[in-house]
Design a protein around this ligand. Structure first.
Ligand code: GUN
Ligand code: ZN
Length: 435
């Protein structure tokens, strides 16, 4: 099956160094993008791509909209769709009061399956085609998560959470159960469809040293898998963690001691790192995942994105919604808040960088840039179609917008799911077919 999309194409080649770094991206003002069997077969000026396409190719005209690689969300919690918008003073209160009780419900398959349907609908509605998710502690939740990803043919990363202390009984496994069930999830789902399984110890507070040993064993046995956990989000969390692991130098060192610090390790938040911790992250090639709406919503702190990226030993960075600590499913809203956080820190995050982060940047952070995050031929045809005049107020502002970076900045500042005209998953329209 062959489809030809026409529109304005934008795809990054590397991180932009400045607003006028036009070498960092490809832009076609009248572009053609050819899709064959779910993969991008060719891109370029419309007339050239059309000339190469079969005579009977199905054409979709998306002019004047932008065609970008599908957005990637590096960290969110599938069982927290009904936790979003919970009123709490801080992280630990929010976890104990709302989040842990809600996650207990995912022991029921029927509940997990119902929420999984809503989860993928919401990602697609917001132009997100790949996400890295925490399921709950229950294997049922991981089964529902991966089964629905397969039904939709989406490239997803996810893991059964491992946690064996400091939470309600209904949310605890044991070191053996966490190990055995994670192995089962790997054999049931990893590499099936477009699924990737991640080893997922929730954070050091909810894992005993014995469970951390079990995650270390999994990391040794499955060195290619992603590992995801939380790090240095909130001052009370950091203090409690230090009390639980008194022998570790600092929070990052706890994970390092169990072999969990490497280039496939994704650390949610990582806001309050010391210089030593940032050096250790950099040397290991580990990823700090910035969750701006969550960090503001829970009052956790201001992530020093620019400072970490320009260190002599730079820290690799991803960006994410962190639903349900985060307050929006939209990667546009997420980058608007990321921008404001850098403003408060006296730094500039330019709009080209924002779109780099939510596409190629996150793909590189996942070591998946050969498959997603660009419009390069040979990669998955996961796409987002954007309309910068989606609302009356946006259309009015568009009247005075003159450049591509200005248009992108408008989309980031005012856009949300209404600006997503269509989302393509493996070459097929997925948003317009939602109920
Ligand atoms: N730390 C441990 N678990 C969580 C969670 O579910 N959300 C956030 N924001 N931080 C966490
Ligand atoms: Zn999280």
């Amino acid at each position: 099956m062959t489809t030809l999309l026409r529109g304005r194409l934008l795809s990054f080649k590397r991180a932009p160094q400045s607003l006028d770094d036009t070498d960092s991206y490809t832009y076609e003002s009248d572009g053609g993008l050819l899709i064959e069997n779910g993969v991008i077969a060719a891109i370029g000026p419309y007339a050239e791509v059309k000339a190469k396409a079969p005579a009977d190719v199905a054409e979709v005209d998306h002019r004047p909209h932008l065609i970008l690689p599908g957005f990637i969300d590096m960290h969110l919690h599938f069982p927290q769709m009904q936790v979003i918008a919970s009123y709490a003073a801080n992280l630990l209160e929010w976890l104990n009061t709302y989040t842990f009780p809600e996650e207990c419900r995912f022991v029921e398959s029927a509940h997990a399956e119902r929420i999984a349907t809503h989860f993928y609908d919401e990602l697609i509605r917001h132009g997100t085609t790949t996400a890295v998710a925490y399921c709950s502690v229950h294997k049922t939740s991981a089964d529902a998560f991966f089964a629905e990803a397969m039904r939709r043919n989406m490239r997803m990363v996810g893991g059964k959470v491992m946690m064996d202390r400091n939470a309600p009984q209904g949310l605890l496994d044991t070191p053996e159960m966490g190990y055995d069930e994670t192995r089962q999830v790997i054999s049931d789902w990893h590499g099936k469809g477009r699924n990737h399984v991640a080893i997922t110890p929730r954070f050091a507070i909810t894992s005993t040293p014995e469970q951390m040993e079990a995650t270390a064993a999994l990391a040794r046995e499955f060195p290619d898998l992603h590992i995801q956990t939380h790090l240095s989000e909130n001052h009370d969390e950091i203090k409690f963690t230090g009390e639980l692991y008194p022998d570790a130098i600092d929070y990052t060192d706890i994970y390092a001691r169990y072999g969990l610090l490497g280039p496939k390790s994704l650390f949610g938040h990582a806001i309050h790192l010391s210089e030593r911790e940032a050096d250790a992250m950099s040397e290991a090639g580990a990823i700090a995942v910035h969750c701006p709406t969550s960090n503001l919503f829970l009052g956790s702190g201001l992530f020093p994105l620019k400072a970490l990226a320009r260190r002599e030993k730079p820290v690799r960075i991803g960006v994410a919604t962190d639903i349900g600590g985060g307050s929006s499913y939209s990667m546009l809203r997420t980058m608007d808040e990321a921008y404001k956080i850098q403003q408060l820190l006296g730094e500039r995050l330019n709009p080209l960088e924002s779109y780099y982060y939510i596409t190629l940047g996150n793909a590189e952070a996942l070591s998946l840039a050969d498959k997603i995050g660009t419009l390069d031929p040979g990669t998955d045809a996961d796409l987002t179609i954007l309309n910068a005049a989606a609302t009356p107020a946006m259309a009015l502002k568009m009247e005075v917008v003159k450049t591509l970076p200005e248009e992108l900045f408008l989309l980031q500042t005012m856009g949300d799911d209404r600006a997503i005209v269509e989302t393509y998953v493996a070459g097929k329209p997925a948003k317009s077919v939602l109920n």
